[in-house]
Design a protein around this ligand. Structure first.
Ligand code: LLP
Length: 393
């Protein structure tokens, strides 16, 4: 269990949050190493390239390197962090709809596993980058199959009209252009379906699209050895169990059965690390107004953008649990009406300035999307493990 109450005090991986709060200013993120390790080990045999956009905290990245994972990067900054953490280039994939020339050149020079091509127009740019560094580039075509998956509209990236990926009618021409360029080598296809998917039915459509494209490309004489299913495996953000990667792998094996062997790759972000993290905030002021009870804390949309951006619902628990409780609206400190972390949160009736609260399931897209709005410092981070000192190892 990542989080649990011991003598009414909330602990992360056995560490009481108040003692962690002595080591960092609030707001700060704390991540449980055992939780990250358990999730890394739950993925089946495949290239599992962690999406650094979900979390780029160097100690957490090093823990994933130690588990044998690869990395999915979308910027020069992420690429350099991945290198510094020790991800072997042959387990790194490069994504993005606007990869810089510098990123392309450094990644090709290092020999990354694949560059996931986002557009026909990217082909000459990759050729130029490969020439500049005197190496060939391994490519996967990121196909946009035009799927309508069930998730927040902001998290749909494989739908018709999306600006990501190569649309179906251009895929064969792109494969031909790759085949004709001596600097390029086609290794497979990439089909990131969108993020925060919970329904097996959505994956059914993705797997069917993969089957269709492997068959069509191979039928046209192009070598497709790998299917990269991107990220997307969601979490429930509640007590309900999360979908499991083994079930997804089984579904994929069923859906691709009969095709000549294919290597599988995944780029999970959220599923690996969201559950491992808590955002610890401190109550600044408690206010009664309009018949409501507003609890203002020191980290809001600057520290955790998800509620403001997607109306995402994260559970908020008191660090010191006590009865009775009453429903509160937990708000951040920024001058924006959307700076509300959560409504109807049951919190101790005697909650007061100085009390700590924990915002749950924030290990993914929490710190990585934090910002300096209202000139607030970025939240600190720490990774905690059982046999480790709680920070900075
Ligand atoms: N691969 C590609 C090409 C992606 O675009 C993404 C996420 C992933 C992998 C990782 O997806 P995941 O396994 O984490 O679902 N900020 C949003 C999520 C945006 C996801 C963008 N792309 C949030 O806070 O929910």
């Amino acid at each position: 269990m990542t989080l649990s109450y011991r003598h009414h005090i909330l602990c992360l991986a056995e560490h009481p949050l108040p003692s962690l709060a002595e080591q960092r200013d609030t707001p700060f993120y704390a991540y449980s190493l055992p939780s990250v390790q358990a999730r890394a080990r739950a993925f089946p045999r495949a290239l599992v390239a962690f999406a650094l956009k979900a979390n780029r905290y160097p100690p957490l990245l090093r823990a994933l390197v130690a588990e044998g994972l690869g990395a999915d990067v979308v910027s020069l900054g992420e690429w350099r962090l991945a290198q510094a953490a020790g991800f072997p280039p042959e387990r790194v994939v490069v994504n993005g709809n606007a990869k810089s020339d510098a990123l392309l050149q450094e990644a090709i020079a290092a020999g990354v596993q694949s560059i996931n091509l986002d557009a026909a127009e990217e082909v000459p740019r990759v050729v130029a980058a490969a020439r500049a560094v005197g190496k060939t580039a391994a490519l996967a075509i990121r196909i946009n199959p035009g799927l309508d998956v069930h998730t927040h509209p902001h998290l749909q990236v494989a739908a018709q009209g999306s600006h990501f990926g190569v649309p179906p009618e251009q895929v064969l021409a792109v494969a031909q252009a790759i085949a004709e360029a001596p600097e390029l080598r086609l290794v497979g296809i990439h089909l990131h379906p969108g993020s925060q998917l919970l329904a097996a039915a959505d994956w059914e459509a993705v797997v069917a699209a993969a089957r269709e494209w492997v068959t069509r490309l191979r039928g046209a004489g192009f070598p497709v050895q790998q299917v990269n299913f991107g990220g997307g495996l969601g979490i429930t953000y509640t007590d309900a169990p999360d979908p499991q990667p083994e079930a997804l792998a089984e579904q994929i094996h069923r859906g691709l059965s009969g095709l000549a062997p294919l290597r599988l790759a995944f780029e999970p972000g959220r599923w690996l690390v969201a559950r491992a993290g808590v955002l610890v905030v401190r109550v600044v002021q408690v206010k009664h107004a309009w018949g409501q009870w507003f609890v203002a804390v020191d980290g809001g949309m600057n520290a955790l953008l998800r509620p403001a951006l997607y109306r995402a619902r994260h559970r908020i628990w008191p660090v010191r649990r006590r009865e009775p409780t009453r429903p509160a609206t937990v708000v951040g400190p920024n001058c924006e009406s959307t700076d509300v972390l959560a409504r109807d949160v049951p919190l101790p009736a005697d909650l007061a300035a100085g009390d700590l609260l924990a915002v749950l399931d924030t290990g993914a897209y929490g710190a990585s999307m934090a910002n300096a709005y209202n000139a607030r410092p970025l939240p600190g981070e720490m990774l905690v493990g059982e046999s480790l000192p709680p920070a900075d190892f």
